[in-house]
Design a protein around this ligand. Structure first.
Ligand code: BGC
Length: 429
């Protein structure tokens, strides 16, 4: 397999999932309350806050070209309006280090983690949410904006709102369509304000407009009717896709707000992306209001269908809608494979399809660099190309990680590497 020319490869992580040590965020509290399925907590995670240098060294050894990571809001703004210089300096040191190792940083401002003081005010549903988020975001850009060119404002607003505010299975455990709509609307306004603010501040720092790339990463699925001839299935597929991803994506990309996204003050029609970001994992097969999964296919260890074509289909749909002139960044893609028995094939198959398409996919951030705290599933769901022994914090590169490094170094997969890593790696149903 030959890799698409110019495609940059790296990995993605999120602060709450890897850093450890922070008691002051919504997920640490959720874990303290015993609500994480396997009883683990992000307060342990990968201890990356202390081990960041060794982790970046490993990334560099593995040849990573790009790295998408998050910063923990609750560490930076410990209570409302109180900023920790030490936390900001910490991130500055880490970013400077990755740059010195030739890794291009992409910074995520918000990835599911809220400071407790914000959560307790109502979080993303509170009327001041946009101003509060912007105060934090401005401080971050003032401090780090000169050393980071690429930004994700908000990660997966749809997953955050659906799980936390509609199904109530994530913090803050609400089950309210009103809360869902409020948070969708506030996150849209926050993204649009942050998009403008980052560009304005970077301009003041002397950067040309095309030296700054800002977007967001939405969780996108292919929603397919179980039976294509069944009108009800088709209607449900359309409506779930619309409510979960289509309306929010359109609102955040272009400021065009329709229910369930309401227009907040200051939101005007425009273009609020410099790239099309896609987090892609699976396809949903729909026969009712909640989504399902086909049985006659391969699944990962969380039961998600493995469907690589879905990423290409979504990339094409979004490129057609939002402009073929904008690059597509796969801001997350990966799979839960607890024993690393099929991840190598997964990576091979996905990158092969990306390399064969004429869609302008320019970057691929594999989720994830190392096994980490997988939200409600805790430490028990492993997505990393590097294994983490949480007791000892020892990192070990998995075979899939070795294959990924090989692909970067060789711009593809040689026959020998195919035999060694891919041939014996197979999916299960
Ligand atoms: C999230 C990650 C998560 C991954 C795997 C995405 O929805 O952004 O934080 O770990 O999927 O579930």
């Amino acid at each position: 397999m030959k890799l698409k020319k110019g495609l940059l490869l790296g990995t993605a992580t999120a602060a709450t999932q890897i850093e450890g040590g922070d008691e002051n965020n919504n997920w640490a509290r959720f874990a303290r309350e015993g609500k994480v399925d396997d009883g683990t907590s992000p307060v342990r995670a990968n201890d990356h806050y202390n081990r960041w240098r060794e982790d970046i060294d490993l990334m560099a050894e593995m040849g990573m070209q790009i790295y998408r990571f998050g910063i923990e809001w609750s560490r930076i703004e410990t209570s409302r309006g109180v900023f920790s210089e030490a936390a900001l300096a910490h991130y500055r040191e880490e970013i400077e280090y990755m740059r010195s190792k030739g890794i291009r940083p992409m910074l995520t401002l918000h990835h599911f983690g809220n400071p407790l003081w914000f959560e307790d005010m109502g979080g993303w549903t509170c009327s001041e949410a946009v101003d509060i988020f912007m105060n934090y975001a401005e401080r971050v850009i003032d401090y780090l904006g000169d050393i980071v060119d690429d930004y994700i404002t908000i990660n997966e607003p749809n997953v955050y709102c659906l799980n936390g505010l509609f199904y109530g299975i994530w913090p803050p455990e609400r089950k309210s369509i009103t809360a869902y709509v409020k948070a969708f609307s506030n996150m849209t306004a926050a993204h649009i304000s942050a998009y403008r603010m980052i560009h304005a501040k970077r301009k003041e720092m002397g950067r040309a407009p095309d030296e700054t790339l800002v977007g967001f990463a939405n969780h996108l699925r292919v929603f397919e009717p179980k039976n294509k001839r069944n009108l009800w299935h088709r209607f449900c597929a359309f409506i779930t896709s619309y409510m979960f991803q289509d309306a929010i994506t359109r609102a955040m990309m272009s400021g065009k707000c329709f229910f369930p996204v309401l227009r907040r003050k200051g939101v005007k029609k425009g273009r609020y992306y410099d790239f099309i970001g896609i987090n892609y994992y699976t396809r949903s097969t729909v026969s009712g209001i909640s989504d399902g999964t086909r049985e006659d296919c391969f699944h990962n260890d969380l039961g998600w269908e493995i469907y690589h074509e879905g990423l290409i289909r979504l990339a094409n749909t979004l490129s057609d809608k939002y402009g073929r002139e904008y690059p597509v960044f796969v801001t997350e893609n990966g799979t839960c494979d607890n024993t690393d028995s099929f991840r190598s094939r997964f990576i091979y198959d996905q990158l092969k399809l990306i390399s064969e398409t004429d869609n302008r996919i320019e970057r691929y951030y594999h989720w994830s660099f190392m096994d980490n705290f997988e939200w409600r599933e805790g430490e028990s769901a492993r997505f990393g190309i590097v294994h983490c022994d949480y007791q000892t914090q020892k990192r070990t590169v998995k075979d899939s990680g070795k294959l990924y490094s090989h692909i970067i170094a060789n711009c593809g997969v040689t026959d020998e590497a195919y035999e060694k890593y891919v041939a014996g790696s197979s999916y299960h149903s």
